[in-house]
Design a binder for this molecule. Structure first.
Ligand SMILES: Nc1ncnc2c1ncn2[C@@H]1O[C@H](COP(=O)(O)OP(=O)(O)OP(=O)(O)O)[C@@H](O)[C@H]1O
Ligand SMILES: [Mg+2]
Length: 262
């Protein structure tokens, strides 16, 4: 693992006087995958939204490669370009073909040559099994296909870090693994990521480190082995137990991030 890409220092965020983030600190190093889990409403989405500037913070600081990115700044759009984000809902432009959706950011915002981006986009579509969908309109794609396109679109912006917020939460179960395996592929390729998910088996497979957030504070932090097999707090044990039943039923096929030998 390399240098710290992202450093979050003691951030606080309230909505209408209610503290949603109450002193969160974390660090993500180059090539590291940090998975953030915790009960509904504990502040996971708010944390990711603060990191990429979709929400302002009340207190604390956020650094990207050592450069402070929180607080007022005129070039927020430039900072955001360096941080990729994919949400639960597919936010592809409905009237534009897949390829046009993919070309928009890199050509307009980054000013990269169209032909070069197109070539890279086709290679990436191929990698996620969607090369034949380049000319399709988003409405003709399944939810899982749309989320794979959304991942390709985020990656084409060459972000320094990718933030994923429950990107499979709206999908039918049979589509979950095809999307999660793309994420595992990105992790293997060395992409630095912060991932919020309720898919615990995926979390365990992809994470280098797990943060357990509860009521706006990091209650536990550890390796996936520590967190999933020997949680330190009663809260975390209770949280994990609520997934036991679901995991017996789920048919999600997840490949391990680290194959034997690498
Ligand atoms: N824009 C907003 N205005 C007011 N309250 C908000 C806003 N965004 C989030 N909240 C509140 O902040 C709290 C944390 O929300 P957040 O979306 O970060 O939770 P979460 O951990 O992502 O939950 P989930 O697992 O359900 O997605 C919730 O109580 C939510 O209602
Ligand atoms: Mg959320």
């Amino acid at each position: 693992m390399g240098e710290a890409i992202l450093r979050v220092r003691d951030i606080h965020k309230s909505f209408d006087g209610t503290g949603v983030l109450r002193g969160v600190s974390m660090e993500i190093r180059e090539g590291e995958v940090v998975v953030i889990v915790g009960p509904s409403g504990c502040g996971k989405s708010t944390l990711l939204r603060c990191i990429n500037g979709l929400e302002t913070i009340d207190r604390g600081e956020i650094f990207l490669r050592g450069e402070k990115i929180s607080g007022r700044r005129k070039d927020l759009h430039l900072v955001r370009q360096r941080i990729g984000m994919v949400f639960q809902s597919y936010d592809l432009f409905p009237h534009m073909k897949v390829m046009d959706n993919l070309l928009l950011g890199p050509t307009k915002a980054l000013g990269r040559p169209r032909a070069e981006v197109e070539k890279e986009a086709l290679e990436m579509l191929e990698r996620v099994g969607l090369r034949e969908k380049a000319c399709a309109l988003p409405r003709t794609l399944s939810g899982g296909q749309k989320q794979r396109v959304a991942l390709v679109r985020a990656m084409l912006m060459r972000p320094e870090i990718l933030l994923l917020d429950e990107i499979t939460a709206a999908l039918d179960p049979e589509m979950v693994s095809e999307v999660l395996n793309v994420v595992i592929d990105l992790a293997r390729g060395g992409m630095t990521m912060a991932i919020v998910t309720h898919e615990m088996r995926f979390a365990e497979a992809v994470a280098d480190r797990v943060l357990f957030l509860e009521e706006g504070v990091v209650l536990e932090e550890g390796t996936p082995e520590e967190f999933f097999h020997a949680p330190k707090t009663e809260r975390a044990r209770h949280f994990l137990q609520s997934f036991t039943y679901a995991s017996k039923r789920d048919k999600v096929e997840i490949q391990p991030k680290n194959n034997a030998g690498d």
